[in-house]
Unconditional design. Structure first.
Length: 319
């Protein structure tokens, strides 16, 4: 069994590999390869659709006298799965695609047509720029303008990022916090007001210390009622006064008692500073009131009790 697995061969001493004749191969030799359909196609004989990705045992050969920038071009032969019609296509290295040759037609592909159109327009623009120097100058000017606009937009984005870095999002969220109660909001505002007042530097602040605002004091002064009416003069009696009975003495005592007046409180207001005001109609009337008070008043008529006492005196005298 070991003789069947020969790993080493015997080479005689007179062995010369250059004397071995080379095997002559056909110039257009074909190789059998396994491949997939590179695109959707339809057989022209039976109308069978062959979809992209279907596997075939194909024959591959080199295309004679055709190259692209030194790259070989290969041709493939496959057979239709329904009628066994031979279909051939070859590689297209210029467009990185495949090109159908015979036996089938390629199905419509919008993407491929769009790519071909874009490629054709780009080629035309290049040819126009190469032949027209003014067109090339216009394209360069437009390109430089686009670059300037892109730089400006980039600078705006940088400024925006710089501004956003200075924003304190915590303070912003606290300011627009909807869950804050009314009481908490009032306390926070009062606290902010106090801090602001403390931070203010008054220019008119005295050197000796802090300024104190004088408090306005309102006092109520109660004065005793003064009887402005003069007391009636005592009656002159021609005869000596005789003792009166108890009723007459009581009436005289009641007549001699002063009248009780209602006490009205007088309110005095101490202003902060005396301010000069223009004379008005109100001030004129206020100055005229004391003058009217200085005019002597006529004595008021006697009360009923005093008249009764005088009448009783006259009746006693007559008796």
């Amino acid at each position: 069994m070991s003789e069947r697995k020969v790993l080493n061969k015997y080479y005689p001493p007179d062995f010369d590999p250059s004397k071995i004749p080379r095997m002559k191969l056909a110039k257009n030799r074909q190789y059998t390869v396994r491949l997939m359909a590179p695109f959707n196609m339809r057989c022209v004989t039976c109308g069978e659709y062959i979809y992209k990705g279907k596997k075939f045992n194909a024959r591959k050969e080199d295309v004679e006298h055709e190259t692209y920038l030194g790259i070989r071009i290969y041709r493939f032969y496959i057979k239709c799965t329904r009628c066994l019609q031979e279909i051939s296509f070859k590689t297209d290295p210029q467009n990185t695609d495949y090109e159908i040759e015979a036996g089938a037609t390629r199905n419509f592909m919008a993407l491929k047509l769009a790519e071909e159109q874009a490629r054709r327009e780009l080629q035309e623009e290049r040819e126009e720029e190469a032949n027209n120097p003014m067109k090339m100058l216009e394209n360069r000017t437009e390109q430089s303008r686009n670059e300037i606009e892109m730089l400006e937009s980039l600078e705006e984005l940088r400024d925006l990022n710089r501004r956003q870095q200075t924003v304190d999002y915590t303070t912003m969220l606290q300011q627009y916090n909807t869950g804050e109660t009314e009481r908490e909001r009032l306390e926070r505002e009062e606290r902010e007001d106090e801090e602001f007042i403390k931070s203010v530097n008054f220019k008119s602040k005295p050197e000796g210390g802090t300024r104190i605002v004088a408090e306005e004091i309102i006092e109520e002064v109660k004065e005793e009622a003064v009887d402005l009416l003069p007391a009636p003069p005592p009656a002159k009696l021609a005869k000596p006064i005789c003792p009166l009975p108890a009723a007459a003495s009581t009436s005289k005592v009641l007549a001699a008692q002063p009248l009780v007046k209602r006490k009205t409180p007088l309110v005095l207001v101490k202003p902060k500073a005396a301010a000069t005001t223009k004379p008005t109609a109100t001030s004129t009337t206020a100055t005229d009131i004391p003058k009217a008070a200085e005019v002597p008043k006529t004595p008021a008529p006697a009360a009923g009790l005093s008249l009764l006492a005088a009448y009783s005196d006259s009746s006693e005298d007559s008796t």
